[in-house]
Design a protein around this ligand. Structure first.
Ligand code: AMP
Ligand code: ZN
Length: 431
């Protein structure tokens, strides 16, 4: 039978009722873990205190440090032999954290990923290529099982090996691909080297996510491949992909509120921000038995998009993640998010598909150096043209970030690249 998940179209009332029941269960289940038994009893919380979805606010927060301090199994609610898989976060901000799953946990995760793909228009007759790394990273197996659950022919291509990726896209007439946005941009230059037009493939949809990216990057990907690209948000602590996803209207990501309770708080005061304002996303799992996590501080900054989505689905939408609270660059007393730099660069037609931000210290002076790949056709011998371009980029950046960055123009494909998430900022100030 074709995949259909009725929770996708839950009314607000159904969502709140489901949340209330599942939150109570989650708190009950959590008390079986060493960590939450202590934490909840210290906070004076009893399971009977949880009566509605609003009662989540009574519960204590959980931080990444909590997960690290209780590594590896302090949050497990059952013996390890009841677990069937573990994943780890990519560890871009320190030691990796590990999440264990029971078979039930994996089943509900697959259902969620299948639902995400379904809302972006993927159907069982699609041929699906998963171009993100397998292994501990959740973008591999997490998306894979969701695609199979939906019924797609699923190709576990993994990351890297670009020529083989392109061959599979062609040979198997792939219609939908899951790909990290920075890799999608890089892959386009491999198409160019092979003299193949990406639009000549059968691709219709690309699911992009796992790393921050601007709307300018999405537009580039859509233009290069002739596809619609849908933003996919998740994090290992909340399973991985499947937390929030764009529907056909591409106007923010529906966060599946039957499976997670989402709050947005001021990261300093931890008080809720007014509806529609930016803050830190806090998530509580509602469907995880083996390792539930309550009020997790994701450090991701976003906002709820006010109002209804034209699609009619009632799960609230979150905006594109603009940054992580720990991503902020402080330079000469100015706060800058890498995404501001990306937005400017990717709106300049001469700029190619890769860039890197380096922070340097000269004496007592901090400096930002932005290395930018330039498209081949603009990388000319005439120094005057290049200097003019450099000045233009510098000026546009200054307007956005209010400081003068050094801009180095480099040839296409000359900057380091990753198979996984891109590393956009290199801080050399304390080296
Ligand atoms: P990991 O658990 O290692 O896969 O990393 C999860 C983190 O990746 C999240 O907390 C976000 O910071 C980032 N991330 C995932 N998906 C997106 C997305 N669609 N847009 C922006 N950042 C994302
Ligand atoms: Zn929608």
């Amino acid at each position: 039978m074709e995949f259909f998940d009725k929770a996708e179209f839950f009314s607000k009332e159904e969502i709140y009722n489901t949340q209330a029941i599942r939150l109570k269960n989650t708190v009950y289940q959590a008390t079986a873990s060493r960590f939450y038994r202590g934490k909840l009893s210290m906070a004076g919380i009893k399971v009977s205190d949880i009566k509605s979805h609003e009662d989540v606010k009574k519960l204590p927060f959980t931080t990444k440090e909590d997960l690290r301090e209780n590594y590896p199994d302090g949050l497990l609610t059952m013996p390890v032999d009841k677990m069937v898989r573990l994943h780890a976060s990519s560890g871009t901000t320190g030691a990796a954290t590990v999440i264990f799953h029971t078979q039930n946990d994996l089943n509900s995760w697959s259902d969620l990923v299948a639902r995400c793909m379904h809302v972006s228009g993927v159907r069982p007759w699609d041929v699906f290529q998963n171009m993100s790394g397998y292994g501990l990273f959740t973008g591999g197996l997490g998306i894979h099982y969701g695609a199979e659950r939906l019924g797609c022919l699923t190709i576990p291509a993994g990351a890297g090996n670009s020529k083989r990726q392109i061959k599979m896209l062609k040979d198997f007439k792939v219609t939908v691909a899951h790909i990290i946005p920075s890799y999608a941009l890089h892959l386009s230059s491999v198409f160019k080297d092979l003299n193949i037009n990406p639009k000549s493939l059968h691709l219709r949809t690309m699911l992009i996510g796992a790393e921050p990216h601007s709307d300018e990057v999405r537009k580039r990907i859509e233009e290069i491949y002739g596809v619609k690209a849908y933003n996919s948000y998740g994090l290992s602590e909340m399973n991985g992909p499947g937390v929030a996803f764009e529907c056909e209207h591409q106007s923010g990501m529906h966060l599946w509120e039957d499976s997670y309770i989402a709050e947005i708080v001021d990261p300093e005061t931890l008080e809720p921000v007014p509806e529609g304002e930016m803050g830190e996303l806090i998530l509580t799992t509602l469907c995880r038995q083996g390792m539930p996590i309550i009020r997790y501080r994701t450090r991701d900054l976003t906002r709820f998009i006010p109002g209804q989505c034209p699609c009619g689905r009632q799960h609230r939408r979150i905006d594109r993640i603009t940054a992580r609270s720990d991503d902020m660059i402080v330079l000469k007393g100015v706060n800058i998010y890498p995404m501001q730099v990306e937005k400017v660069l990717m709106s300049i037609p001469e700029v190619g598909q890769n860039y890197i931000i380096e922070l340097e210290r000269h004496g007592f002076l901090d400096q930002m150096r932005v290395k930018v790949e330039i498209r081949d056709e603009y990388f000319v011998e005439d120094m005057r043209i290049l200097q003019a371009l450099q000045k233009k980029i510098c000026g546009l950046l200054r307007e956005e970030i209010l400081i003068t960055a050094r801009v180095d123009l480099v040839e296409h494909d000359s900057l380091p690249k990753n198979d996984g998430k891109a590393v956009r900022v290199v801080d050399k100030r304390n080296q």
